[in-house]
Design a protein around this ligand. Structure first.
Ligand code: 8X3
Length: 250
């Protein structure tokens, strides 16, 4: 049976790579993001492979999330797979030097955004007693590293919510998984360092970081297991990375 996936943060990085891989595997797509132009471009490309629709909204804006998801066309209303991928890091500094706007952005997007989107989609899954939610966490969901403070807290919350969803949705036969990537070479560090691309590049210098496609591949594996199999939690590092701070660089 052809499935429909709803992907947040679909315009770049892990979200985009997942959309591309899902399209190749004939999964129908609801691509979500803030950037209309990128959404439209991706829709154009992937429509050659599968049925695609787009939703433009900011996950951190509660009313926008709820009303936009409500506006889905009838033939896209049944969502089999939700990929809660939208998330960012803003800044990397000690707690005493932290910027409160950065804190708000990370908690609003990474935690509240994930909750709003899930809340909008879960009812039709519970009504059908079927569905799959994949939460994209981070190694920052498992460990706390210097200067990571609020980003780590936001991803620890994703880890907690992943477990909570599994408990609360258990009687509804809904699968819930989290993938926790280490260093993935995407726009992630550009955003963390607010467009300082030179600084961002140093994060991935001297070793082979994970690529967005590596994580997409794992997400696809997770969602294509037989229905009775639920991979609860996966932590994925590049081979060169042992912990958030121990990296074997050239
Ligand atoms: C991305 C990985 O190490 O920057 O979530 O937290 S890390």
């Amino acid at each position: 049976m052809i499935k429909t996936a709803f992907i947040t943060g679909a315009t770049s990085g892990i979200g985009k790579a997942t959309a591309e891989l899902f399209a190749k595997n004939n999964i129908r797509l609801i691509l979500c993001g803030r950037r209309t132009e990128r959404l439209e471009k991706l829709k154009q490309e992937l429509s050659k492979l599968t049925e695609v629709t787009t939703l433009q909204f900011d996950v951190s804006k509660r009313e926008e999330v709820l009303s936009t998801i409500k506006s889905l066309p009838e033939n896209f209303k049944q969502i089999d797979i939700l990929i809660n991928n939208a998330g960012n890091a803003h800044g990397l500094s000690t707690i005493q030097d932290g910027d409160m706007d950065d804190w708000d952005a990370m908690l609003d997007i990474n935690v509240k955004g994930l909750l709003y989107v899930s809340k909008a989609i879960i009812p039709q899954m519970t009504a059908r007693n079927s569905g799959f939610i994949v939460n994209i966490g981070s190694i920052a969901a498992k460990e706390v590293y210097p200067n990571g403070n609020v980003y780590c807290a936001s991803k620890h919350a994703v880890n907690a919510l992943n477990k909570a969803m599994r408990i609360d949705l258990n009687k509804h036969n809904i699968r819930v998984s989290a993938i926790h990537p280490g260093a993935v070479e995407t726009e992630f560090s550009d955003i963390r360092f607010k467009g300082d691309t030179e600084k961002a590049k140093t994060v991935y210098a001297g070793y082979k970081a994970l690529q967005a496609e590596d994580i997409a591949d794992i997400i696809h594996f997770v969602v294509t297991r037989p229905y009775h199999v639920n991979i609860e939690d996966l932590v994925v590092y590049p081979t060169a990375q042992a912990t958030p701070t121990i990296l074997n660089r050239d």
